[in-house]
Every structure is written in structure tokens, then in C-alpha cells.
Design a protein around this ligand. Structure first.
Ligand code: NDP
Ligand code: OXD
Length: 311
């Protein structure tokens, strides 16, 4: 087996060392944009250039170093029958739950307001009102590997939680909505909206003036999936008009978020640099190696992207 690791980045030496320890018989290469084809049959990629697929014509499977596959599927000329296998949770679900809960309780427990009062040197005890969880219904867009983890973690704190998926999903403690026809009903019962959808032609721009206006009063948006889900120019007018109370954004149409972008300084927007769930090398390699070993035994593996759905 010849594995090509194709982000030629600072992490490459650690990935190669760990892969070599787990698969001592494998040949390993790092992508060299100026080099010749290496004859790889497996690639591990993250935001790969199209040249990887033009040059390495013997690939029989591609693993992604993350959960989202939109950047790989967008590559022109990606061979139609090449299996793309993505990370499934691999330690990201718990990170997403931590992030979503942090953003949720910053609003529901008034921690954002209290940080402001600290900056002013004000003891704000009289301003704090008890949190009634029923006043903070949470809706999770996407009930896959990560959305399910987030929905269950928030439900365990006693918040009313609903989720929206393409097909019906039965998750204990989570009210299920599915399909385009159910989106409005899902939004209308939601105050805090957490986005964990994959980016596909159907979900591109799904967070827009029309959909966000359907949230309950005092709504918050927590976008943890992809920047292109949000129509960025729609958000600030909704915040300024008081139609939304806040937004916590981890992902952006252009990353890094350009200097001078209004999100950097808007008082109702929290920005983090695409870190909601970081790929954990040990978990990721263990998952990939387990799947490679299963494939070598001729077994089917999970996490193979359905190209017709786009995720
Ligand atoms: P999954 O593929 O496991 O889950 C996707 C979910 O979205 C499924 O429930 C699916 O429905 C639902 N869905 C897809 N299309 C639609 C649609 N058109 N209408 C309604 N529901 C839809 O993905 P993951 O949970 O593993 O990851 C989600 C996303 O999180 C990734 O694609 C990536 O973009 C993002 N991400 C962001 C990170 C960050 O650090 N910010 C880190 C990791 C991931 P169904 O269940 O019916 O199939
Ligand atoms: C991912 C990501 O999709 O890091 O894994 O965004």
C-alpha cells in the first residue's frame, strides 16, 4: 500500500510518523506540488489541489482529514467512482457539544452581558434573571455524527431541543423534523439555532434573511458548519434591527475572515477561527487505519460519501 498525505503542511511529519508506526509495511509520501507521480493507491487529503487527482491516477480510495467533504467534491475532474471516506466523529462530537453549549449559555445565563458589566466595573447582580430553559428552545440543523452529539448534550441540560435532517431521525429527548416542508415549523419553535449541516447545493445559503427571520424573538445563530451556509450580508441587518439577539460564528465564506470585515467588530457577533472541532490526529489515524485494515480484508467501511447527496 502506498499512502499519499496531501496537505503538505506543518503537521505532515507527525502524520507520517504515526501512520508509519501503525502501518509499518506501507510506503508513505507527502504531496510535492513540483514532484512526479508517486504511484499512490490511497490518499489522505485536506483541501487538496486538483493536481493530486490528475497526477495520482492509481488511487483506489481517498480519506479526508476532516468531517466535511465539500472542498473535495468541488474538485473538477474528481474521478466519479473514487470512494471518498470522511472522518466520522473521531473526537469532534464532544468538541462541537462544548462549543455549542458555551455559546448557548453565554446567552441564556447572561454571561455575555456579565462580561460587559465587568468591563464597566459594575456588580450586576440585580440584572441577572433566572434562566427558564423552556424560554430557550434550541434547534440543531443536521442530525448526523456531530449534530446528534450536540443535540443530546444540550438536551441533557434540560433545554428543549429539536433537530432537522433530510430523513427521519429518532433521537431520545430530541424532537425530530425532517425535509424541506418541515423547516419552517422547526425554525418557528427555535430560539437558538445551531448549524451542523454539510455544505451541499441544497444547504448553500440556508441561513438567510427569510429563514433566520422565522426564529423566535431574541434568536441566536451558532454556525459551526460552513461559512457558505450563511448569507453574510443578511445577518447584520437582522442583528441591528433586533430581529436576532446574537450570532456566534466559527466559519466564514472567506477564511481567514478578512481584516475589516464587519463581523470582527459587531457587538452582537462572536468570531472564532474555524476551531469548533479540531481534527485529533490520534483518533483520526486510528479510524483511518481501522478502515484500511477492513478494506484489505475485503470488508465494507462506513463514512463513504454518497456523491449523489453531496455528503
Ligand atoms: P453528517 O453527514 O454525519 O450529518 C449531516 C446531517 O445533515 C444529517 O443528519 C443529514 O440528514 C443532514 N442533512 C444533509 N443535507 C440536508 C438537507 N438538504 N436537509 C436537511 N438535512 C440535511 O455530518 P457531520 O455531522 O459529520 O458534520 C457536519 C458538518 O460539520 C460537516 O459537513 C462540516 O461542514 C462541519 N464541520 C465543521 C467543523 C468546524 O470545526 N467548524 C469541524 C467538523 C465538521 P440525514 O440524517 O437524513 O442524512
Ligand atoms: C471538518 C472541518 O470538516 O474541520 O472536519 O471543518
Amino acid at each position: 500500500m502506498h499512502i499519499l498525505y496531501a496537505p503538505n503542511d506543518a503537521e505532515a511529519p507527525e502524520w507520517l510518523a504515526a501512520l508509519s508506526a501503525a502501518l509499518p509495511d506501507a510506503t508513505l509520501s507527502v504531496w510535492d506540488p513540483a514532484g512526479p507521480p508517486v504511484g499512490a493507491d490511497i490518499a489522505i487529503v485536506w483541501n487538496p489541489p486538483a493536481e493530486v487527482f490528475k497526477r495520482e491516477t492509481g488511487l483506489r480510495a481517498v480519506f479526508t482529514r476532516g468531517a466535511g467533504v465539500n472542498s473535495v467534491l468541488a474538485i473538477p475532474g474528481l474521478p466519479a467512482d473514487l470512494p471518498i471516506i470522511r472522518l466520522e466523529d473521531a473526537g469532534m462530537g464532544v468538541q462541537m457539544a462544548e462549543y455549542a453549549i458555551h455559546a448557548l449559555v453565554a446567552a441564556s445565563r447572561q454571561f455575555d452581558m456579565l462580561a460587559q458589566r465587568q468591563a464597566e466595573g459594575v456588580w450586576a447582580e440585580q440584572e441577572v434573571i433566572p434562566t427558564l430553559r423552556r424560554d430557550w428552545p434550541v434547534g440543531v440543523l443536521g442530525l448526523g455524527q456531530l449534530g446528534t452529539h450536540v443535540a443530546q448534550a444540550i438536551a441533557s441540560l434540560g433545554y428543549p431541543v429539536a433537530g432537522w435532517s433530510r430523513s427521519p431521525r429518532a433521537i431520545e429527548g430530541v424532537q425530530g423534523f425532517h425535509g424541506t416542508d418541515a423547516l419552517s415549523a422547526f425554525l418557528a419553535r427555535t430560539r437558538v439555532l445551531v448549524n451542523l449541516l454539510p455544505l451541499t447545493p441544497e444547504t448553500d445559503g440556508i441561513l438567510n434573511r427569510h429563514t433566520l427571520s422565522q426564529l423566535l424573538p431574541g434568536g441566536h445563530l451558532i454556525n459551526l458548519a460552513r461559512g457558505a451556509h450563511l448569507v453574510e450580508e443578511d445577518l447584520i441587518p437582522l442583528l441591528d434591527a433586533g430581529r436576532l439577539a446574537g450570532a456566534t460564528l466559527d466559519v466564514f465564506r472567506t477564511e481567514p475572515l478578512p481584516a475589516g470585515h464587519p463581523f470582527w467588530t459587531h457587538p452582537k457577533v462572536r468570531v472564532t477561527p474555524h476551531i469548533a472541532a479540531i481534527t485529533l490526529r490520534e483518533e483520526a489515524i486510528s479510524q483511518i487505519v481501522t478502515k484500511l485494515q477492513a478494506m484489505a480484508r475485503g470488508e465494507a467501511v462506513s463514512g463513504v460519501v454518497d456523491r449523489s447527496r453531496g455528503y
